[in-house]
Design a protein around this ligand. Structure first.
Ligand SMILES: NC(=O)c1ccc[n+]([C@@H]2O[C@H](COP(=O)([O-])OP(=O)(O)OC[C@H]3O[C@@H](n4cnc5c(N)ncnc54)[C@H](O)[C@@H]3O)[C@@H](O)[C@H]2O)c1
Length: 291
């Protein structure tokens, strides 16, 4: 499978998904609602590629051709024209995802694969909103997409085995490692990752230690590349809150969102993307120390 890939949503995840698809040779149509978001996304992709050139990971002469394979669109129909595959990376909101993928299947009924990048929501229910649930599969990328090696492939109840196989091949073609998981709340990664993140927030509220010390405990003590609070800043506090609310409903008390998470989200402190969360961040995304 190769050709044209539409990516819906150009935020934290969408721009990275567009980048890795373009790097693998796909012609990418990146869709968001506003042109400014799309311009910002292209800027981030360019910065990522230039970073790869600086680290000796990418020949400099490939930057322009990779960027040239990403076309930005604000209209769904234009983004889907000629597409073989779609990956959605719009906000973690079940009704929104169902609505958008229903629109997708009405506009482009013959897509080979529709991937949802949901972190926790039921792939089966999202798929049911479409005309071809057998071609819908979870494609759960990790942040930052261009550097992370894992993609969780989530097989819904009605996902056809050939769709799961196509998703695994796609992930491998992107140079990443797939794990195939069943459609259970939070899959394998978000469920475990969130437990750690939410417990770290409760420890912060209880004054067990400050954010840096809690993160260092996991980084140095357990060799995690990044502690749970900094990871939350990377993910986006709003995104983590949405996942926690869903897992709280579906799995139970361990996922009750801590008050500090709600408080920061209400104040617009969403982590790296807004400049402040548990840490402060420069506009270029450098960590400036604890908030
Ligand atoms: N942030 C992470 O670390 C992370 C990791 C893995 C998976 N995810 C999942 O990826 C998805 C996106 O998360 P994100 O962090 O990139 O969110 P984000 O808020 O950074 O980006 C979402 C983008 O979608 C756009 N959008 C909203 N409605 C749209 C529509 N109808 N069509 C096209 N674009 C639309 C928004 O304008 C925004 O730019 C969520 O399901 C999230 O759970 C996030």
């Amino acid at each position: 499978m190769n050709g044209i890939a539409a990516v819906l949503g150009a935020g934290t995840m969408g721009h990275g998904i567009a980048q890795v698809l373009a790097q693998a040779g796909y012609e990418v149509r990146l869709r968001d609602l506003e042109r400014e978001r799309l311009e910002a996304a292209l800027g981030k992709v360019q910065a990522n590629l230039e970073g790869a050139v600086a680290r000796g990971k990418l020949p400099a002469d490939q930057v322009a051709s990779i960027l040239g394979r990403i076309r930005v669109e604000t209209e769904l129909e234009a983004a889907l024209a000629g597409a073989h595959i779609v990956v959605e990376a719009i906000p973690e909101d079940l009704e929104l995802k169902k609505r958008v993928l229903a629109e997708v299947s009405a506009v482009a009924p013959t897509l080979e694969l529709v991937g949802t990048n949901t972190s926790s929501l039921p792939v089966t229910e999202i798929a049911q909103a479409t005309a071809a649930p057998e071609r819908v599969v979870g494609l759960h990328f990790f942040n930052p997409v261009h550097l992370s090696r894992l993609v969780e492939v989530v097989a819904g109840e009605r996902t056809a085995p050939e769709t799961t196989r196509a998703a695994v091949s796609l992930v491998e073609a992107l140079g990443k490692q797939p794990i195939v998981v069943r459609d259970a709340p939070g899959f394998a990664s978000s469920r475990l990752g969130l437990v750690l993140g939410l417990e770290a927030m409760r420890m912060l509220e209880q004054g067990v230690a400050d954010a840096e010390a809690i993160d260092r405990a996991m980084e140095l003590g357990y060799r995690h590349p990044m502690g749970p609070l900094k990871t939350t800043d990377y993910v986006g506090l709003d995104v983590r809150l949405a996942i926690a609310e869903h897992l709280h409903r579906e799995v139970g008390e361990a996922f009750r969102p801590p008050y500090v998470l709600r408080r920061l989200v209400r104040a617009g402190k969403l982590g790296r993307k807004s400049g402040e969360g548990f840490y402060r961040w420069s506009p270029e995304g450098e960590c400036l120390g604890p908030a």
